[in-house]
Design a binder for this molecule. Structure first.
Ligand SMILES: O=C[C@H](O)COP(=O)(O)O
Length: 248
């Protein structure tokens, strides 16, 4: 039985002092015996956030990182900067990074490999646009994204990864995918992992749904056979996140 994982992606919201205040507000609401809880926060909030969650089971994640170890890469954050600060998870290849910051499947793959090298758990994002869905190429597109993201990743590493399926048309739009649409794609992702790595990795890997997840949509989504939790944007900045974590 896979453990559920619910991660908040704060995106470019919350100053350091606001971050601490939000964590203090959410801490008692996100207590759960059977769900891993992650707050993925802006880089500048990481250090105060790690401090604020001390003594709880909450994990801190980053929203991005670079694939080189160190050097002349102005503005970037290295993997060991994250681990040294106490980060456990890192979101890689969010559609907003792909759209606004020229992230590609190839850079996603480099970052995934680097994250594993440093003991960080990558939350690897994939998802189709509305046009791709209307063209009927959703599954092909997602399979391609997954296959490239996992190039040279071992089966052992793949078992520990988290994949977030986020249809781009559902992000921040209030237009959540139907349970059937979300389950269909998450099941296809698991099948793709099975083809690449076999049964054990496919059974172990955790697949989240993301895109306008709310306290009301979470219970049905997270009850699906291949949906192991969610990557939550807007609702992760509110008390609703507690209800999403405790969706049962
Ligand atoms: O990473 C989170 C997603 O982009 C979903 O954002 P949203 O819940 O605001 O739609």
């Amino acid at each position: 039985m896979r453990r559920k994982i619910v991660a908040g992606n704060w995106k470019m919201n919350m100053t350091p002092s606001q971050a601490v205040a939000l964590i203090e507000e959410l801490k008692p609401l996100v207590v759960s015996e059977d769900v891993d809880v992650v707050f993925c926060v802006p880089a500048i909030d990481i250090i105060p956030a790690v401090e604020a969650v001390k003594g709880t089971n909450i994990h801190i994640g980053a929203e991005n990182m670079y694939f080189e170890e160190k050097g002349a890469f102005t503005g970037e954050i290295a993997p060991d900067m994250l681990t040294d600060a106490g980060v456990d998870y890192v979101i890689i290849g969010h559609s907003e990074r792909r759209e606004y910051f020229a992230e590609t499947d190839e850079t996603v793959n480099k970052k995934v490999l680097k994250a594993f090298e440093h003991g960080l758990t990558p939350i690897i994002c994939c998802g189709e646009s509305l046009t791709q869905r209307e063209q009927g190429i959703t599954i092909d597109w997602i399979r391609q994204q997954i296959k490239i993201a996992f190039l040279n990743v071992t089966a052992e590493q793949a078992s520990k990864a988290v994949i977030a399926y986020e249809p781009i048309w559902a992000i921040g739009t209030g237009k959540v995918a139907t349970t059937e649409q979300a389950q269909e794609v998450c099941s296809a992702i698991r099948a793709c992992i099975k083809e690449l790595y076999g049964d054990a990795a496919a059974e172990a890997i955790r697949i989240q749904y993301g895109g306008s997840v709310s306290a009301s949509s979470a219970p049905e989504l997270f009850a699906q056979a291949d949906i192991d939790g969610g990557l939550v944007g807007g609702a992760s900045l509110k008390k609703d996140f507690g209800a999403i974590v405790n969706y049962k």
